[in-house]
Design a protein around this ligand. Sequence first.
Ligand code: HEC
Ligand code: HEC
Length: 361
Amino acid sequence: MKTINIVISLVLIAVFVFSCSKDKDDITPYTSSGIANPTPTMVTVPNWISASIIGNMPHPQDNPLTIEGIALGRELFYENKLSGDNTMSCASCHFQEFNFSDSAQFSTGITGNTGDRQAMAITNLAWDDLFFWDGRAVSLEDQALGPVVNPIELNDTWLNVMSELQTDAKYPPLFQKAFGTQTIDSLLVVKAIAQFERSMVSFNSDYDKYFYGGITTALNASETNGFNLFFGAAECIHCHSGPLLSDPSFRNNGLDATFTDLGLGVVTGLATDNGKFKATSLRNIAESAPYMHDGRFVTLEEVVDHYNSGVVASSPNLDSEMNHFVGGLNLTTTEKADLVAFLHTFSDAGYLSNPDFSDPN
Ligand code: HEC
Ligand code: HEC
């Protein structure tokens, strides 16, 4: 009996030592000025979104998810000190109840000016490679650098933001815990925000229960008909595909004959990219109105009307997957309503009210 106990103890010690050293390997030390010892963590997703379906959540080599990093990122996402007059934060345009987007067609920045693009949702972005409607940011870290200095958004300077955070008694200890240094710099600010954003996952909708969970009663008859249209005759699935309900690629879905906003073409300078925009995720889409890069559609009914009968055949660089829509889908009034009903099943009430993502103060 005694021998067995010793053996068990040895095994437990070995497991403990092994798991500790593995955790250490996963953490990259951030600075030489402090010891980074934050707690590695993983974001849990429901069983039916198994790793085999969606793949492991990727993250940059130098920015693994930690409990302290996510907590700091959440504080910073809601921090008004990120704006020039300390009145606005990321959350001033990305509201949780609206799927972390804005219900206004164009958000108003601190100077009262508006842009010409609709604020985008922040949901399941950990798996995306390019950000903004035109894809000009290559990581969430890169993306978060932009709004602070954008004159029509937070209109501040990073030097100013860093010094304000540095002199706020709350922040140096939080940076110490998350990154092992009390010295705040913009790269650590965006790393923390990106970690918080990666933690924002939504996979618990009626659609998930039906499609991945095999719970056939999760959708009613109208929603099921909409499901069949989405995957079938209406062919939405070509671009809003997989568990993310997004490729996510850049495509022209036939909104205009001439472009006032060139989209991806602004970034690449290629005429063949003009009019292409990010095919965004449809998760919680019922809460994300208005729709498209310029928020031109107020309701999902208008969106479905666009795909059913509004696709502009002469639109330059029209995506080849849109050929099917040219000339109209000829959906009946009931079918259009069923499709809209199905789009509502992408809503995940738990995500939209998850206290982990709300203002911590
Ligand atoms: C004044 C409103 C405003 C503020 C403040 C703001 N955003 Fe945005 N956000 C937008 C708009 C508008 C877009 C789309 C802009 C574009 O495509 O050019 C956007 C796009 C994004 C995207 C891209 C999503 C995707 O799918 O590619 C992310 C991520 C994001 N914002 C995060 C943030 C973070 C983090 C902050 C704070 C540091 C922030 N935003 C502050 C309005 C705002
Ligand atoms: C060829 C690819 C493609 C197909 C097929 C397609 N979409 Fe889209 N969808 C896009 C792109 C690209 C955008 C963004 C366009 C923009 O903003 O200019 C978009 C935007 C949307 C939006 C607004 C998203 C937002 O965040 O504002 C909704 C809703 C939508 N599509 C629903 C559908 C439905 C429903 C179908 C099927 C009837 C469908 N889509 C078929 C590519 C596609």
